[in-house]
Design a binder for this molecule. Structure first.
Ligand code: SAM
Length: 277
């Protein structure tokens, strides 16, 4: 059985009575070379426990199970859950969690020893799923994610650039992201209206420690909501300091008070959050 053949995907979905849902980002991979390239980029071996989000009809699951010890797959669609349960029942190392990834207690994945996440993420909720992971205590050593190209560019954006924002700061505090390859819409059925990119995220342990993560997330969220303003105006506006104290603090941290949020590196944000604690 070739799970990425367009004929197989269409036939399977028809038999299951699944009309691909836009809300669930149901665009199924129909290019085996792309699937293999994604799993290659994940660099998994037999010792690894991998989390796959949204396995769908198992296009990546098959390839993952051939290379790693255990795959924990979270699928929201009940009809696909039934298909996956019967299709992979005989394969040891496969575990299915039926439910919404956004409802999962992420500590279960750290407890299960998940080191890597691999997913063709649903477009509709992909960014939210990634943010939930990044903000949690579950910190996999590596992730390979297919995302909408624009989102991938935001993740990887360099400080000062047009795409550099909250997502870049939050992700790059913990990971070194790079775009592995673009994936054209024709590699999926049905073809989405957007182009995708495969992003590889490798854990980066060299980042500045943050004393209070809640304070870091509150500061960065509030500051980027005023991304056109200067930091010296933003700090009093978001009530984390007075204008005079804020300016002194920024200077002490080596940050130009006239800088705007997109001009601060990830390390600057971490030091600033620590100084304001
Ligand atoms: N991995 C398959 C592939 O590459 O062909 C399917 C990828 S498709 C882009 C996204 C998959 O995620 C679908 O199977 C969809 O049902 C599932 N999904 C959507 N939202 C989800 C959520 N919140 N939690 C878990 N699975 C979800």
């Amino acid at each position: 059985m070739n799970r990425t053949s367009p004929a197989y995907v269409r036939k399977c979905l028809a038999e299951l009575g699944v009309r691909p849902s836009r809300r669930l980002g149901q665009n199924f991979l129909i290019d085996g070379n792309v699937g293999r390239a994604i799993v290659d980029a994940a660099n998994v071996d037999r010792k690894d426990v991998v989390l796959e989000i949204g396995p769908g009809l198992g296009a990546l699951t098959d390839e993952l199970l051939a290379r790693c010890g255990r795959v924990i797959a979270v699928e929201k669609d009940r009809r696909l859950q039934a298909y996956l349960a019967s299709s992979f029942a005989a394969i040891s190392g496969f575990e299915l969690i039926g439910g919404d990834m956004l409802d999962q207690d992420l500590t279960q994945f750290s407890d299960a020893g998940v080191a890597r996440v691999v997913s063709n993420l649903p477009y509709a909720s992909g960014t939210r799923i990634l943010v939930e992971i990044v903000k949690s205590t579950f910190v996999p050593v590596g992730m390979v994610l297919t995302l909408q190209r624009e989102v991938a560019e935001r993740l990887c954006a360099a400080v000062g650039g047009r795409d550099y924002g909250l997502l870049s700061v939050w992700v790059q505090r913990l990971y070194r992201p790079r775009i592995e390859r673009k994936v054209s819409a024709t590699c999926f059925w049905p073809a989405p209206e957007v182009t995708s990119s495969v992003v590889v995220l490798e854990r980066d342990c060299g980042a500045v420690e943050v004393a209070d993560e809640g304070a870091f997330y509150r500061l960065t969220s509030a500051a980027f909501a005023h991304r056109r303003k200067q930091l010296r105006a933003i700090l009093p506006l978001i009530k984390v300091s007075t204008r005079e104290k804020g300016e002194g603090l920024l200077v002490a941290e080596g940050i130009d008070p006239r800088a705007r949020p997109q001009n601060l590196s990830v390390a600057d944000w971490c030091r600033l959050a620590n100084a304001l604690c």
